[in-house]
Design a protein around this ligand. Structure first.
Ligand SMILES: C[S@@+](CC[C@H](N)C(=O)[O-])C[C@H]1O[C@@H](n2cnc3c(N)ncnc32)[C@H](O)[C@@H]1O
Length: 219
C-alpha cells in the first residue's frame, strides 16, 4: 500500500528518506522551488493555487518518477517540460543526462536559467516542438501533462528502444487512456498509484512503441 504524501512536511520527509540528497542537492531543490515561485509571477508556469503545496504537488510529484527508475542510466527525455517538471527535479536528484524538450521560448529561458544557476551541466534544453527534434534513443521518456496518451506516443515513439522506460503520470484518466491504446501496446504498461494524489495513477512502461496509432474511439 502506498502512503499518500499529503502535506509539505511529509513531502520533504519522503524526499529525504527516498533519495538521501546531498546538502547541495537539497539546496538545489530549495533554490528551484524559490525560482519557480518567483518566475510564476512573470509567466504562468504552475497554478497559483498549488504554490502553498508546491513540495507535494510539484517537487515530490515529479521526484516520484525517478523513484521508478532508480537503476536507470542513459538519456532521460522529458517531453513538454514547461518549468522543468519533472525534468529539473530529476536533474537535481540524479546525474542522468537529461534532454528537456519545450516549445515555448520563455519557458526555455527559465529552464536554462535554473540549469545555469544550479550548475546542472547534464541538462540540455531543446527549444523546439517535439515533432521537429532529431531522433535519439532515450533510455527513459517522461511526460507530465503533455498530451493525451495516444498523441503522446504518436509523437514520441521514435525515441523509444526495446529497453526504454516510459514514466507517464496520467492523473485520474490513466486507466481510461491506456484502454484506448492498441492491445499489444497496452501490455507494455502497468499502472502505479501516485504517491501524491490518491486518485491519480502513473503509467510505467517498458519497450519500443512503433508506427502510427489508429486510435480507438474515445468513449
Ligand atoms: C501543460 S504544460 C506541462 C508542463 C510540465 N510538464 C508540468 O507538468 O508542469 C505542457 C507543456 O508542453 C509544451 N508543449 C506542448 N506541445 C509541445 C510540443 N509539441 N513540443 C514541445 N513542447 C510542447 C507546452 O509549451 C507546455 O509548456
Amino acid at each position: 500500500m502506498v502512503t499518500i504524501i499529503d502535506d509539505e512536511a511529509a513531502a520533504r520527509d519522503w524526499l529525504r528518506a527516498t533519495f538521501d540528497p546531498t546538502p547541495a542537492a537539497w539546496a538545489g531543490l530549495e533554490r528551484f522551488a524559490a525560482m519557480l515561485v518567483a518566475e510564476n509571477a512573470r509567466q504562468n508556469l504552475i497554478a497559483a493555487s498549488t504554490i502553498p503545496t508546491l513540495w507535494v504537488r510539484h517537487i515530490a510529484d515529479s521526484a516520484q518518477l525517478l523513484a521508478f527508475d532508480r537503476d536507470g542510466d542513459g538519456l532521460w527525455l522529458d517531453l513538454g517540460s514547461g518549468p522543468g517538471l519533472p525534468g529539473l527535479v530529476v536533474a537535481i536528484l540524479s546525474e542522468r543526462p537529461l534532454m528537456l524538450v519545450e516549445s515555448r521560448k520563455r519557458r526555455c529561458e527559465f529552464l536554462r536559467a535554473v540549469a545555469e544557476d544550479l550548475d546542472l551541466h547534464h541538462v540540455e534544453v531543446v527549444e523546439a516542438r517535439l515533432e521537429a527534434v532529431e531522433t535519439r534513443s532515450a533510455a527513459t521518456i517522461s511526460a507530465r501533462a503533455f498530451a493525451p496518451l495516444d498523441k503522446l506516443i504518436d509523437l514520441s515513439a521514435r525515441f523509444s528502444t526495446e529497453s526504454t522506460r516510459w514514466l507517464l503520470p496520467k492523473g485520474r484518466n490513466a486507466v481510461k487512456e491506456l484502454a484506448l491504446l492498441p492491445r499489444p501496446w497496452q501490455s507494455l504498461f502497468h499502472v502505479e498509484q501516485s504517491r501524491t494524489d490518491a486518485e491519480s495513477r502513473i503509467l510505467v512502461g517498458a519497450g519500443r512503441l512503433g508506427g502510427r496509432i489508429v486510435p480507438k474511439k474515445r468513449g
